[in-house]
Ligand binder design. Sequence first.
Ligand code: GLA
Length: 385
Amino acid sequence: MKKNQIIQSFKEIFGGEFRLFSAPGRINIIGEHTDYNEGFVMPAAIDKKIWLAIHPVHGRKASIYSVDYDETSAFDLDGDMSELPHWALYPYGVVKELQKKGCNPGGFKAVFGGDIPDGAGLSSSAAIECVFGTALNSLFDFGLDKLTIAKVGQLAEHNYAGVRCGLMDQFASMHGKAGHVIRLDCRSLDYEYAPLELSGHELILTDTRVKHSLASTEYNHRRAACEEGVRIIASNMPSINSLRDLRPKNVLPYKDILGEETFLCCEFVTEENERVLETVKALESNDLEKVGHLINASHRGLRDKYRVSCPELDLLVETANTVDGVLGSRMMGGGFGGCTITLLKTSSTDKYIKVTQAAFHESFGSEPVYYKVSISNGAGEEMTG
Ligand code: GLA
């Protein structure tokens, strides 16, 4: 088990005492690219995690071994980030963002790694940020709450990994609750836990195992398009601050001024927000057929309007919908690769796997990977060794 490997590596490399923390990856039922538009999302933390064994040391040095990259990196807490391997930018970014808040971690030695597949859109980077944020907060008694740690992680992503992400991933990794989805309003940051009861149905993730290289550039472009749309519309409607303030019918009159691309992005976000609210209602009344339709509609919007899908994801979604017992399927997360999330009858799962595997192999010559995940708690301390 990965957790034991992390502990073992710490003992071999550094030896002595340590504390063990973990932070999970996430799924998102619906509400994609809405978080940075102050909209609604419905994520949940999963039982795939990053574990971190850590112990403070005297001095101003952080020494970190990544089990997954089989590489050690050390940096001066007051130094710059040049020459750090890419994976080390996340812990480095967390340290820097903590410092900006006046929280000054001391030196530490650490080993981390996990079982969240890289590039699968399950937010392994948010989990790394959250596990370091949680551990350093605890080790050095900063007294930060979960939301502040989530925001530190988000800023690390913006300023050191270069992705201007929303808060969904870090929020879910910090606030996850076993068996529950989080209904999060990304404007007020109010949230509620809702039990996910899928009576006779389940969610399955299907990993394309592709990550197209433009993913983070395109992500930032989409975010910029939304901001541009808001700027243009706000010059006529000064009361609006974000796409959250608009319904699809409010965007339509601006179609020509916005231009095709920006218009479609804005329209998608306003529609996706409505779909999240409809999904909340459908889940409350146990109308899973309806949830499935909304999930399918979300995929069409992500593919045709927001244009963040890719052939591998589209093929999986299309094939999924040919299988009896599949209620809905869509790409999940930022897009351009990673996983689909599919709601289906538990009794149809074997058929689903067989059919999608064959179709995927025929088109792309490779096999997707299937994950059944269970919904778990957020970041925290697991043990002391
Ligand atoms: C990535 C980002 C999130 C969110 C999703 C799309 O996972 O990190 O903030 O924007 O994409 O919904």
